[in-house]
Design a protein around this ligand. Structure first.
Ligand code: GUN
Length: 283
């Protein structure tokens, strides 16, 4: 039997309806809408598309949002000053600085300048630390979305062997912490891992976030596993594909997220959720 598809578009739609309703309640009660400030520095075309999509999603659920674009000549101090202003601006519940930043700007310093209670990306060390000790405040949007996808299917996480391939601060590490908190036994693989298939074949839940197109094939997957594919890669023919080879994987998996239409739409949805939660905490 072929794997069931975990549809990120349908799940996103449901969650965004919930977000719209809770937004309307906040707006009615306080007379102000949840607000998100998005900052982009430089001209990276992919980043420009991402930030436009984020701002559009905010409008769709009834948030107030601003998009500030700066040239890549912007000095670090000027960016830090603007973030400090936004930290004190009560109309903005969330602040997001799109990555990557130009090389002359220290991204770590920028992320640490955002007030943790407005860090809707969940990248501040205070939020990373809170997740590490099992008391998450803001969860990074992509792993948060992956957990929502897991929750949406009838598959027990408690006691499962979960394998995360990729150990980035944005996806792999926070994903491992969330799975651990949910009661899974977690293995994190990285680019130095010896005999990767020996790990992936043992996974009841396999999360892949490497940025390497189709690197996980069906023969590396345990029959009946849940496969969450975080990758979004553009092939030479212009088509999008994940880090998992969907065609061979779907023949062995219990369920799988497609690319496109899987984790991608969930990431922006969870950004909206974090911004809403920031506003709810503030009011
Ligand atoms: N660049 C790629 N993904 C992200 C993200 O989730 N947040 C930010 N701020 N920048 C990104």
């Amino acid at each position: 039997m072929e794997a069931a598809i975990i549809d990120g578009i349908i799940l996103s739609k449901q969650l965004r309806e919930e977000i719209s309703q809770r937004t309307a309640q906040i707006t009615k009660k306080n007379g102000v809408r949840p607000g998100l400030a998005v900052i982009i520095v430089g001209e990276d075309p992919a980043s420009q598309v991402y930030v436009r999509n984020k701002v559009k999603a905010c409008e769709d659920v009834g948030f107030h949002s601003i998009l500030e674009r700066y040239p890549d000549t912007l000095q670090e101090e000027a960016l830090l000053d603007r973030i400090k202003q936004l930290n004190h601006d009560d109309s903005m519940n969330g602040i997001l600085v799109q990555l990557p930043l130009p090389k002359h700007i220290d991204a770590k310093r920028v992320l640490e300048t955002i007030a943790p209670e407005k860090d809707v990306d969940g990248f501040h060390v205070a939020n990373a630390g809170a997740l590490m000790v099992g008391e998450p405040e803001f969860i990074p949007c992509t792993p948060y979305g992956c957990m929502k996808m897991l929750e949406s299917i009838d598959f027990p996480v408690k006691g499962a062997n979960a394998v995360v391939v990729g150990a980035s601060n944005i996806v792999g590490k926070p994903m491992a912490m969330l799975l651990l908190k949910a009661g899974a036994t977690v293995t994190v693989c990285n680019s130095k891992t010896r005999d990767l298939p020996s790990h992936t074949k043992n996974a009841d839940i396999l999360v892949v976030a490497t940025g390497r197109p189709k690197m996980i094939t069906g023969d590396m997957i345990k029959p009946g596993a849940v496969v969450i594919d975080v990758g979004i890669n553009r092939l030479p023919d212009g088509k999008l594909c994940g880090d998992v080879d969907f065609e061979s994987a779907k023949k062995v998996a219990h369920s799988i997220t497609p690319v496109p239409g899987g984790v991608g739409p969930m990431t922006i949805t969870m950004l909206l959720m974090n911004t809403l939660e920031a506003a709810e905490k503030m009011h």
